[in-house]
Write a protein that binds this ligand. Structure first.
Ligand code: FMN
Length: 178
């Protein structure tokens, strides 16, 4: 079992999956539990997750996602949708515009890390037609698709992608500065 830092370092976007290696039920359940363990505004979990495993559904999602082939190749696609009205019920406009999207996003990020910890890989797909994805999963207009998380056993070892240097991204505002 990897520790947290190893898990984060081993997460890379994988765009080829083993076609004959389905995701075990227990592992899928564990990934979904970890997604739901993420923090959310007011603990409302203002999101919904649809688990797509049927080949026809994954094919339809591939078409909805700019024809990115790995979307159909991955044995599981998790569709994370924000539920703005759920958050708006407690937090008004800020919940509707911001918190529901953040809730769904954080949950999806946790799912990605859980997939790594469970010995698998994933890719975050954001390039999709919202209406088409809604149609595939049968979601009403109240749900906003935020991310497709493709999950499966990797069939490639992607090179590490570079990151901006910390000094470029982070600024310390401490007592001793100046
Ligand atoms: C909001 C968002 C949208 C993304 N959309 C796509 C996508 O549509 N297709 C894709 O192949 N990767 C997509 N990615 C994955 C990024 O390309 C990837 O995370 C980035 O290049 C860093 O690589 P790494 O995940 O291996 O560290 C997306 C990631 C995020 C966070």
């Amino acid at each position: 079992m990897w520790d947290f830092f190893e898990t984060v370092r081993h997460r890379h976007s994988v765009r080829h999956y083993q076609p004959d290696m389905p995701v075990e039920r227990e592992k899928l359940h564990a990934i979904l539990e970890m997604a739901c363990a993420a923090p959310s505004a007011g603990d409302l979990q203002s999101y919904h997750v649809t688990v797509v495993t049927a080949a026809a559904g994954r094919e339809a999602l591939r078409r909805a996602a700019a024809d990115q082939a790995f979307v159909a190749e991955a044995p599981v696609v998790l569709v994370f949708c924000a539920d703005p009205e759920r958050s708006a019920g407690r937090f008004g406009e800020r919940g509707r515009r911001l918190y529901a999207l953040q809730d769904a996003t954080i949950a999806a990020a946790y799912a990605q890390l859980a997939a790594v910890a469970a010995g698998m890989a994933s890719t975050w797909v954001g390039d999709f037609d919202e209406e088409a994805v809604r149609g595939v999963i049968g979601a009403g207009p109240g749900l906003v698709p935020v991310a497709l998380i493709c999950v499966g056993y990797p069939a490639e070892l992607p090179a590490e992608s570079p990151r901006r240097p910390l000094a470029e991204v982070v600024r310390f505002l401490g007592e001793t500065e100046g």
